[in-house]
Design a protein around this ligand. Sequence first.
Ligand code: HEM
Ligand code: CU
Length: 532
Amino acid sequence: MRPSYLTDGFSLRSWLLTTDHKRIAILYLGSITLFFFIGGVAAALLRYNLISSRGLLGSAEIYNKLFSMHGVVMVWFFLVPAVPVTLGNFLIPLMLGARDLAFPRLNLLSWYLFMIGGITVLYAMIIGGVDTGWTFYTPLTTLYSNGHVVLAVVAIFISGFSSIATGLNFIVSIHKLRAPGMSWHRMPVFLWSLYATSVIMVLATPVLAMTLLLLAFERIFHIGVFDPSVGGDPLLFQHLFWFYSHPAVYIMILPGFGVVSEIIPAFSSKELFGYKFVVWASIAIAVISFLVWGHHMFVAGESLYSALVFSLLSYAVAVPSAIKVFNWVGTMHNGYIRFDAPMLYAIGFVGLFTMGGLTGLFVAALAADVHLTQTYFVVAHFHYVMVGGMVSAYFAGLHFWWPKITGKMYPEMWGRAAAIIIFAGFNLTFFPQFILGYLGMPRRYASYPVEYEPLNLLSSAGAAVLAVGYLLPLGYLIWSLMYGKDAPANPWHATGLEWKTPSPPPTENFPATPVVTEPPYQYPLKEAVSHE
Ligand code: HEM
Ligand SMILES: [Cu+2]
């Protein structure tokens, strides 16, 4: 094995007490994969249940606990952290040309907090679970739930500190550790998008943390914050919850934007079209995302006027998202495109995110949402953005930077096959849910009228295909660690400082601080003719 951060100590201690951002990224990669797997098993069981209108698991309570477990684990312990803590941790210092993040020990502490939160939530699941859904709406959670609500929200509370610390670490690193010559407008979009994400993490997460703490107090002591019988207001919970959780959906997707903004130029061999627009759209999204939470409460009891304003503002957040899609497509236009696995995942991302975003406009339209809210249409909408979008981007990034992270090439054929299977399985699973929701099938029920059966069967069949698609990378990426070809420093001929150091990088990242002399994405456009 070539000397690198991976060979710098093999003991358990050298991993568990490491302050190297690259090793911490690997620790997170392991944990995140575990949570993705657990959340995935729950999802498979949900789709199994829904094959028959009677519900194959035989009990609504089991079903409720499964979808709650699925949502809690996937949202809080996979989607929100995934790209920032794995790819972000690994790449931010490398892309900045720095030795490490600004606060390496805080970084390690963040991982421990994340693990304490994650293990606590798994413990809550094992001893009985929660039946409230990932949103913990009151008064269900405070008065009626038969689950371990307090334990679950405390777990999320703890992992929230991990998120805040990570956000702070990223912000300070990006301000302070840029290589000489890397002005703000020479910074790769991946860094910009993690910067915008970190701002949301630092500003919004405390609101969620306090809300969950209040929820726990409410459930134990009935202090009357959310409980109407002692003078509280259940709607207050929804306001506080979505004040965090709407911006949080952009914590999930902005890093994905960053990933594909690196990959599409590299595999089109073209400069990113409209770099400044892409950058400022990220900042605009971060700001506007704080103003639209009320679109989750159109039917919960807000005045017509506030609902109208929230509806209008929700349309505003779509504008910067659309700008980005336009710029990615513009980058590919007339490019010299190579369809390697990362690019296939990235193109899948653009398509699926666009579907998710457009259907977001359906539910952001006040009148349409009155019909569609709490149906499978909403489920399909957010799975298109979060799973079709964010998970595709995560896989795109994992493949793109896998040679850098591990020093090994993954098998390209398998990578492409998995990308295509995931895309097909995903659409088969979730497209029927748009129709189901439009026809009126409500979400979160264990059984349903028999006329919805054919579409549900289609959806469950798609889930089986999707599961195969997600298991493949687990197999061939691990395979590549042992049998893969050694990776060169820059297998994709990409720009960016992270490719200027060996694969895998040495512990100190760069032998000498690199100097940046030009804007990012200076790709030569190769002659398309030589390709035929
Ligand atoms: C074009 C921008 C978007 C608009 C206008 C939009 C609009 C909406 C609206 C109005 C709802 C509420 C529907 C209802 O409950 O009746 C909603 C739900 C949701 N959206 Fe979006 N959305 C957009 C993008 C996104 C993105 C990028 C994500 C995630 C990455 C996302 C994730 C979610 C989630 C998780 C829910 C529902 C949560 C739940 O009730 O369990 N949305 N969206
Ligand atoms: Cu929202």
